[in-house]
Design a protein around this ligand. Structure first.
Ligand code: ZN
Length: 438
């Protein structure tokens, strides 16, 4: 199976005015579009910009409620909204064949990611575009990502240590503790930047010291902090609380040993209580230290998968840090090469990256198209010559000299157009005679 996407034109546009270029492209190319940006705030800003220009748009990122995400995805999918401005969280489960253009305002981390995101355009096999808008300053931003994604090990250990201050966790404590984590607050308190802290926590997660979830749609969890034989204490809590506890014990196992995921909706159905009542009861039970209830919330969590350890016992393995960093750097470099190279067909560059040998150029990426421009013919005169040549060849086979005699223009221009049409397979040549291939 080939990675080649014959209907997809890869374009890299160098510009210092990305939003201006974006509007220009969206006005020129009709149809459904996805615009990828790196951060959540920007999805909203770009959406507003487009709306102000009367282009229907909506935004999507992992921080939105599932219900909101569903609605937005559906509205875009059925064409009520033309443009989806999104982070890379958008893409799973999209089944929209007629996306005409995917535009990246920021560079993805790897050719793999790019290929996948760009590939959401043109699934119907009709002509589609994958565009990257690239500014000179992007190169610096791209390199900064390496340091942001793999902060120094010392920095990671500092974050680990500050986390203990943040939670006032004593040495040796913490095993299986689940705590809400507020990244902004943590960074304010200990004077960090959020992005590298986020990366440090992910590396500590990989190394097995904790579990950090920045996913926003965690289900509610519950853990009984009393023993099963202490359940008699619940009598004083009232009938509703008792019914709820019974329903939980019947529906979920292991709640005395670990946090279990629960669904307030299904508990509501089983007990006849409302969701609000269930929430209130569980909060009260938590205050009385009977259970520990962590409601579904839009806050990330940190779960201690090991007890708090001395810093000299915290080791980040090579497989988690050095190996991954080397691979990450290589991908960033490949991405940089992709946007800065301007003499190799972009489709070929991507295919080559995936280890595919492809001898022909795509004839539709910006590199292939500018090859034309290099040979001095403007796009309009090229198209005009092409039209004339096809017109006279429509009647009969001709030699190149015959064609040159019938079309009034420079011989070398005609030669260039004929050459191009031959390469493209529109024309064929046999015994010196040129004809339109059927
Ligand atoms: Zn090309």
């Amino acid at each position: 199976m080939s990675f080649e996407r014959k209907n997809l034109a890869y374009i890299v546009r160098k510009t210092d005015n990305k939003t201006g270029e974006l509007l220009h492209i969206l006005r020129r190319i009709e149809g459904s579009a996805i615009i990828y940006v790196r951060n959540r705030r920007r999805t909203k800003e770009i959406t507003e910009l487009l709306m102000n220009e009367n282009i229907t748009a909506d935004f999507y990122h992992a921080g939105l409620d599932n219900a909101v995400k569903d609605i937005r995805q559906k509205r875009w999918q059925n064409g009520e909204v033309r443009v989806m401005v999104a982070t890379n969280a958008f893409g799973m489960g999209i089944d929209k064949p007629d996306v005409r253009i995917v535009i990246h305002l920021d560079l993805p981390d790897s050719p793999e990611a790019y290929f996948q995101e760009a590939g959401r355009a043109g699934r119907d096999g009709e002509k589609a575009y994958a565009v990257i808008l690239y500014a000179k300053s992007d190169k610096t931003t791209l390199h900064k990502r390496i340091a942001d994604t793999f902060p120094e090990k010392e920095y990671i250990l500092n974050v680990y240590e500050h986390l203990q201050y943040y939670y006032q966790m004593a040495m040796g404590d913490g095993f299986q503790c689940v705590r809400e984590f507020n990244l902004e607050e943590f960074c304010r308190k200990f004077k960090y930047f959020p992005v590298p802290v986020d990366s440090a926590l992910k590396i500590l997660t990989q190394a097995g010291y904790l579990e950090y979830t920045d996913e926003q749609d965690n289900s509610s969890r519950i853990f009984f902090t009393i023993r099963r034989d202490e359940l008699y204490k619940l009598h004083e809590m009232g009938k509703e609380a008792e019914a709820l506890i019974q329903a939980i014990l019947r529906s979920y196992t292991g709640v005395f040993t670990d946090y279990a995921y629960i669904s307030e909706e299904s508990l509501a159905v089983r007990t006849g209580l409302t969701r609000q009542q269930i929430y209130a009861i569980l909060v009260t039970l938590t205050k009385r230290r009977i259970v520990d209830y962590i409601p579904h919330k839009k806050t990330p969590y940190i779960i201690y998968t090991r007890e708090r350890m001395e810093l000299h016992d915290v080791h980040i393995p090579i497989s988690v840090y050095e190996d991954r960093k080397v691979r990450y750097e290589a991908r960033i470099k490949a991405m940089e090469e992709y946007v800065t190279t301007d003499n190799i067909c972009r489709s070929r560059m991507l295919l080559r990256y995936f280890g595919e040998k492809n001898e022909h150029s795509c004839k539709q990426c910006d590199v292939c198209l500018s090859h034309h421009a290099d040979n001095h013919l403007s796009e309009t005169s090229f198209e005009e010559l092409k039209r004339q040549i096809l017109f006279i060849l429509n009647k009969k086979k001709l030699t190149p000299a015959d064609i040159a005699n019938q079309v009034e223009t420079e011989k070398e221009d005609i030669g260039e157009v004929i050459q191009y049409l031959l390469e493209e397979g529109v024309l064929k040549i046999e015994d010196g005679m040129i004809y339109i291939s059927k």
